[in-house]
Design a protein around this ligand. Structure first.
Ligand code: SF4
Ligand code: SF4
Length: 362
């Protein structure tokens, strides 16, 4: 009966929230170790999960099992009445403040209307809280974007996920009998950028769907030039999905991509500073060792990145988006400390791709 009742508890009246958010709102007992959950992540709930068919996603239409048996990003997303969640957000906002709320869409014919409804319910209980809409670009047009903005969202997140058109086709588009289209996604990303402003639009990107380092580096430069944020995930195979047996990328690759992203975004590393081998993997990074050392030691490059709070500090750290509890951190939901940095340096093996013989960060 549990499953039956969950089937009836659909958006906009019901919403899934991340376990960390449920704990933070006092809706579930427990403690969140390692970080403060400063973003309340909400996810639409429909009986079929999602009508798209992304090969790596536990909510995809053709994965085995019912939607409620699949954990979307590895930890349970319990279901609550939307009005109760909105009320708890309002209370938390009054007592100690909420960094940000995120309302995530799935592919469903009701999803646009419900996103606006759910955003408005949060807005009515917490008039000042910043709200991100993590949208399904396939469903949108300019008019819907405007309605999402009017309902109170100040940031649009787009799950682009794939860093190249080819990988997008194979993992999310026609190649997997999915509805998503690369060009349509870009149209919405650029329209949202025009409407919401610089750094008010972001693209989620996953390292490890089959793209090359070169694809990712090109994407970081493109997004930077458009003043669109790039938020990185690291592929982690979800049981029951098409990609359940696909290998994760070596941790050295993840670390180098994180470092290079930070160098491009915050230190203007030029395109010509990175050389790639015939497979599109980073062969060398031409940057002063002092800079590589400094950026590594700052640790920020290896932190989870996500939408900011009102002070501009990262609010959404998407805990466990890239690794399971108990596994090594792919991205850190806190600033890595000295012992973490030692681990990171060992994993990154930067001396293999720096231009000089001895790396100062080794
Ligand atoms: S659109 Fe999003 S929720 Fe739906 S299958 Fe693809 S990644 Fe999963
Ligand atoms: S970074 Fe977090 S808050 Fe921002 S759109 Fe993505 S999931 Fe939502």
């Amino acid at each position: 009966m549990e499953n039956l009742s969950e089937e009836n508890q659909i958006s906009p009246d019901y919403v899934r929230i991340s376990m960390a958010a449920a704990i933070e709102l006092g809706l579930k007992p427990g403690q969140i170790s390692g970080c403060r959950c400063n973003c309340i992540n909400l996810l639409q709930n429909y009986p079929q999960g999602c009508y798209a068919n992304c090969t790596y996603c536990g909510l995809a239409r053709e994965r085995p099992g019912a939607a409620e048996d699949n954990s979307f990003i590895r930890v349970a997303w319990p279901l609550f009445p939307t009005d109760l969640v909105a009320e708890k957000i309002g209370e938390l906002e009054k007592s100690k403040g909420v960094g940000r709320v995120c309302v995530a869409q799935v592919q469903d014919h009701r999803a646009n209307r419900d996103l606006i409804d759910m955003t408005s319910r949060v807005r009515s209980k917490a008039p000042e809280v910043p709200i991100s809409a993590l949208v399904t670009a396939t469903l949108l047009n300019e008019d819907w974007l405007k309605q999402i903005q009017d309902a109170g969202a100040d940031i649009i997140g787009v799950g682009l996920d794939a860093a190249s058109e080819e990988v997008f086709y194979e993992t999310r588009g026609k190649g997997t009998k999915g509805p998503h289209d690369w060009k349509k996604h870009w149209k919405i990303v650029l329209k949202a950028r025009e409407m919401f402003g610089p750094m008010k639009v972001n693209c989620h990107l996953i390292v490890g769907l089959g793209e090359t380092d070169e694809d990712l580096v090109e994407m970081f430069h493109l997004l930077k030039s458009e003043q669109i944020a790039a938020y990185l995930f690291s592929f982690n195979p979800e049981p029951g999905t098409v990609m359940e047996n696909a290998p994760r990328v070596p941790i050295a690759r993840t670390r180098r991509i994180q470092l290079v992203k930070n160098l491009i975004e915050s230190h203007d590393l030029k395109e010509e500073a990175i050389e790639f081998d015939d497979n599109g993997a980073i062969r060398s990074i031409d940057a002063p060792l002092e800079l590589l050392d400094r950026v590594t030691n700052q640790g920020v490059a290896f932190m989870t990145d996500g939408c900011p709070d009102r002070q501009g500090e990262m609010a959404c750290n998407r805990p466990y988006g890239s690794y399971r509890p108990g596994e090594e951190f792919r991205d850190y939901p806190f600033l890595p400390q000295a012992s973490d940095l030692e681990v990171i340096r060992g994993e990154m093996k930067l001396d293999e791709v720096t231009k000089t013989e001895a790396s100062a960060v080794a």
